[in-house]
Design a protein around this ligand. Structure first.
Ligand code: FES
Ligand code: FES
Length: 158
């Protein structure tokens, strides 16, 4: 069967690719576009390691087909830093040692940014609920929560 032609933007760059009907957005990002920052944990929508935003909405890229990205704006972890300037969330993750193996980290950062973009001053409870779809087997979560709350405060100029 003929492949599908898809045109989208990824981190504000126009991209075009060909994909099979069954290719997930995660497959396309990693295998065709070389954006391997987005991680594959479970492939079943349970771990959040593959989190990206599509038209500003947080999604698991393992649960979305590549063809569904046609005409959409996708943002991945590769678009978070501006050149050499890390996003405040990335800086705070380093400062708070909010990562160990790092597999979950891109997903947490993308998910946390999606929350702060719409809710700059979340409570700890809101944040913990928001991040409930992101699993980490290393950190125990507290350092991640502290890092996000600290970044949120810095971004608000508090
Ligand atoms: S790889 Fe997509 S949620 Fe786990
Ligand atoms: S730092 Fe290892 S899974 Fe989160």
């Amino acid at each position: 069967m003929a492949k599908h032609h898809v045109a989208a933007t990824v981190n504000d760059d126009a991209v075009e690719f060909l994909c099979e009907t069954e290719d997930t957005l995660l497959d396309v990002l990693r295998d065709q576009l070389g954006l391997t920052g987005t991680k594959e944990g479970c492939s079943t929508g349970d771990c959040g390691a593959c989190s990206v935003t599509v038209d500003g909405r947080l999604v698991c890229s393992c649960l979305m087909l590549g063809v569904e990205a046609n005409g959409k704006a996708v943002a991945t972890i590769e678009g978070m830093a501006q050149g050499d300037h890390l996003h405040p969330l990335q800086k705070k993750f380093i400062e708070h040692a909010a990562l160990q193996c790092g597999i979950c980290t891109p997903g947490f950062l993308v998910a946390a940014k999606a929350l702060l973009d719409k809710s700059p001053n979340p409570t700890e409870t809101e944040l913990r609920y928001w991040l409930a779809g992101n699993l980490c087997r290393c950190t125990g979560y507290d350092k991640i929560v502290r890092a996000v709350l600290d970044a949120a405060a810095e971004m608000r100029g508090a």
